[in-house]
Ligand binder design. Structure first.
Ligand SMILES: NC(=O)c1ccc[n+]([C@@H]2O[C@H](COP(=O)([O-])OP(=O)(O)OC[C@H]3O[C@@H](n4cnc5c(N)ncnc54)[C@H](O)[C@@H]3O)[C@@H](O)[C@H]2O)c1
Length: 274
């Protein structure tokens, strides 16, 4: 399935297909070099498979995993490696990983030489259903999440649901929380569908496809988050606070889930006095 995000000259496709990471060779034909960023927790196999498609033109940069590394130091190291490898605007940058890799790599792509082509290969459920599309990039700074960043759309998003086979149950639940946010705000049918709690691979693919369609339709209406896109921050204000205060002991999706429960409760104070 391919979903088109219509944003005038920044339009792009989101491809959702099992084993898509092995079939992206023609994407790279027009580039001299393909700079791939991944993290130490993403199975190496995935960046290697994307690199193989690049026919010897790939350079792989591995950052340390974890939200605490979505910062200026890692950004500087990524930019430094891009420079050392002689990247120019005739080249491209790819993120192969979850939302952390996606956010920081897209940010680097948006500022390097005032913008170099960027492709996103999300490998967590959370990044598939939410963070890989929409163009929000960034890093955390001064204990504030995503406070430094840009809006920068990818050239294409390639979602390969088969890579979820190596993702932990806990991380899958984080992704389901962001999909549930999409359903709770914009699609009661998806919300009902998700209420059953456990899903086959086919059902999971349906959740990914529907979430991506919902996000696309919202981003097309309000790309810079001036109005309706703010709804997608449901649960995030409280969630970000918990995430920062907990020094990453809880994952992003878990914090958003707690935030949504608090916002939906008629007596949210009960949640915070326990
Ligand atoms: N840009 C946006 O619109 C947007 C939206 C929502 C969230 N976010 C950001 O996304 C981030 C959270 O993303 P996340 O939940 O993907 O976390 P993450 O990127 O930290 O990934 C979670 C963990 O899973 C590992 N991993 C990734 N893919 C794997 C795979 N296929 N198999 C096994 N392990 C794998 C990673 O190494 C990491 O340790 C936060 O920084 C949040 O702010 C951004």
């Amino acid at each position: 399935m391919t979903i088109r995000v219509n944003l005038a000259e920044s339009s792009y496709d989101i491809q959702i297909e099992n084993n898509a990471i092995d079939r992206c060779g023609n994407l790279f034909d027009k580039y001299n070099k393909v700079f791939i960023v991944t993290d130490s927790g993403v199975p190496k196999e995935y960046s290697e498979r994307v690199a193989k498609s690049a026919n010897g033109k790939a350079v792989v940069f591995v950052m340390k995993r974890g939200e605490e590394n979505k910062n200026f130091v890692t950004l500087m190291n990524i930019c430094n490696d891009m420079l050392t490898n002689g990247l120019t605007r005739k080249d491209c940058v790819c993120a192969v990983g979850g939302g952390v890799v996606g956010d920081i790599t897209a940010f680097a792509a948006s500022i390097y030489m005032r913008g170099i082509d960027f492709y996103n290969f999300p490998t967590t459920l959370l990044s598939m259903v939410d963070s890989s599309s929409g163009g929000k990039t960034g890093i955390d700074f001064g204990n504030v999440k995503n406070v430094i960043g840009t809006f920068y759309q990818p050239k294409k998003v390639i979602i390969d649901p088969s890579v979820l086979k190596t993702l932990s149950e806990r991380q899958v639940r984080c992704g389901l929380a962001e999909a549930l946010k999409m359903a709770a705000t914009f699609d009661s049918k998806l919300f009902d569908f998700m209420s059953k709690g456990s899903f086959t691979d086919g059902e999971m693919q349906h959740i990914i496809e529907r979430s991506v369609e919902l996000k696309k339709s919202i981003v097309e209406k309000d790309v810079k988050e001036k109005s309706i896109r703010k709804s997608l921050n449901f649960g995030h204000t409280i969630g970000h606070g918990i995430e920062v205060a907990g020094k990453e002991s809880r994952y992003h999706g878990e914090c958003v889930a707690i935030g949504m429960v608090a916002m939906s409760s008629s007596d949210s104070s009960a949640l915070f006095t326990r």
